[in-house]
Design a protein. Structure first.
Length: 435
């Protein structure tokens, strides 16, 4: 059989420098752990549906001397008359069997091999029992492996074990890479799945989000957690923000996924509008169609633009008529006016509103410059489709940034939070609706 290493050999393993003897001893310790030749038991427990009751899932046989060398917490448990010492076992609950196994394997080998989600749980175990080298190793592995494809797995694990920093980092990746990351979100619990698509920081259009939900239904991925794709669409997708072409594609997906009836009901309840890549210029086109001879002014009934600076667009020798024309050009995104730090411009549509699906900046943003785009139904309460950080430089010109709007906005505000925006123009993409 395999000889179990002595206490003295185990005590030297945690601090021994790499060598041939070290490698041989490490391999012997690991084989002994895998064969269950320990002198102390670690029992993995799981909560049952019955309140207050737990179920023993798996028992590991470990080497107490080695565990105490890695952890002062284990040292205290096994050197004082505590429950763990008298019973000869440690009970761990709230962690998966895979995570507990990987944690104990590290204590017997100094190596960590686990999926990204399990690494998050192992980090929480290392923190709980004071194994600092393992905490550091988990932090390095988590940062190296975190990506859009596994961000939801990491989010789920971090939420389960209360790892706030890991959860925050996973959410950042999901928000910034929503289309790729959300393809794995079907594995999230209902509570987390409600939290993620509801976030204003999520960079995704309503159509793309609907496409992701349809993919889950088509591949039967949503059943494991009991998600209802029809309900998810109702809560998180604004059908009024879909173009006719986008809705036609959603119909095809939903028919294949078996949720066509729910999708058609949601579409019938939504108010239709006009798809636009520049909402304010679309208003201008409607104005010209109604008044081809410009008998009535554009600014006023159709659109109002309100700059924060009295000298906004100052051109020196221009007369009032030219200034009004220039303001109209700027309002519909055809004339550039430089915006300085703390400038803000508000557009108000008295008789129309827009479901914003994206914002197109015609100019570039330098490093250190930052803009905020906000939307409102009343000009008092403002939503931030791009989150509190807004749009940051450096950013090239002619860039479209997608977003979702929970309401049809009558007001849009552009603010220069840092630096400047030399071009000053903004095209609002979305679905324009008459009031």
């Amino acid at each position: 059989g395999i000889r179990r290493p002595s206490s003295a050999e185990l005590a030297s393993l945690a601090s021994a420098p790499p060598s041939a003897d070290y490698a041989a001893l490490s391999a012997a310790v690991l084989r002994a752990f895998e064969k269950g030749q320990g002198d102390f038991r670690v029992v993995c427990l799981r909560d049952t549906p019955t309140a207050g009751e737990v179920q023993e899932v798996k028992e590991f046989s470990v080497m107490a001397a080695l565990m105490t060398e890695w952890s002062e917490v284990f040292g205290a448990m096994l050197s004082h008359e505590m429950t763990e010492k008298t019973s000869g076992k440690l009970e761990i609950r709230g962690f998966s069997v895979e995570a507990v196994g990987a944690f104990l394997r590290f204590l017997h080998s100094g190596e960590l091999s686990a999926s990204p989600g399990i690494v998050v749980e192992v980090a929480a175990l290392a923190d709980k029992y004071g194994v600092r080298p393992l905490q550091d190793l988990c932090a390095i592995k988590a940062e190296e492996t975190l990506c859009a494809q596994n961000a939801c797995e990491i989010l789920q694990a971090a939420s389960r074990v209360g790892a706030a920093a890991a959860k925050c980092r996973a959410l950042e990746v999901i928000h910034q890479n929503a289309k790729q990351a959300l393809r794995g979100a079907h594995a999230l619990t209902p509570e987390l799945l409600d939290e993620v698509p509801s976030s204003p920081l999520l960079c995704i259009s309503d159509y793309t989000l609907a496409e992701v939900f349809m993919e889950w239904a088509d591949k039967d991925l949503s059943n494991a957690q009991g998600h209802n794709v029809g309900n998810l669409m109702q809560v998180h997708v604004q059908f009024a923000a879909l173009t006719e072409e986008e809705y036609s594609r959603v119909q095809v997906f939903s028919k294949r996924a078996g949720v066509l009836d729910e999708v058609e009901k949601l579409r019938r309840r939504s108010k239709r509008g006009t798809a636009t890549n520049n909402a304010f210029n679309t208003l201008w086109e409607e104005h010209v169609q109604q008044f081809p001879g410009h008998e009535a002014p554009f600014l006023g009934y159709w659109l109002n633009v309100i700059p924060s600076r009295a000298a906004f667009g100052l051109t020196g020798g221009s007369n009032q008529a030219n200034q009004l024309a220039q303001l109209s050009y700027y309002a519909r995104g055809e004339l550039s006016v430089a915006l300085q730090h703390n400038d803000d411009v508000r557009w108000f549509m008295p008789h129309h509103s827009v479901y914003i699906t994206g914002v197109f900046l015609l100019g570039s943003l330098d490093q250190g410059s930052r803009l905020q785009v906000e939307a409102s139904t009343d000009g008092v309460s403002w939503q931030q489709p791009f989150g509190p950080d807004g749009l940051k430089g450096p950013c090239e010109q002619f860039v479209l940034t997608e977003c979702r709007s929970k309401m049809s906005a009558k007001w849009v505000r552009l603010t220069v939070l840092e630096g400047n925006y030399a071009d000053g123009r903004l095209h609002v993409h979305g679905i324009l609706q008459a009031a």
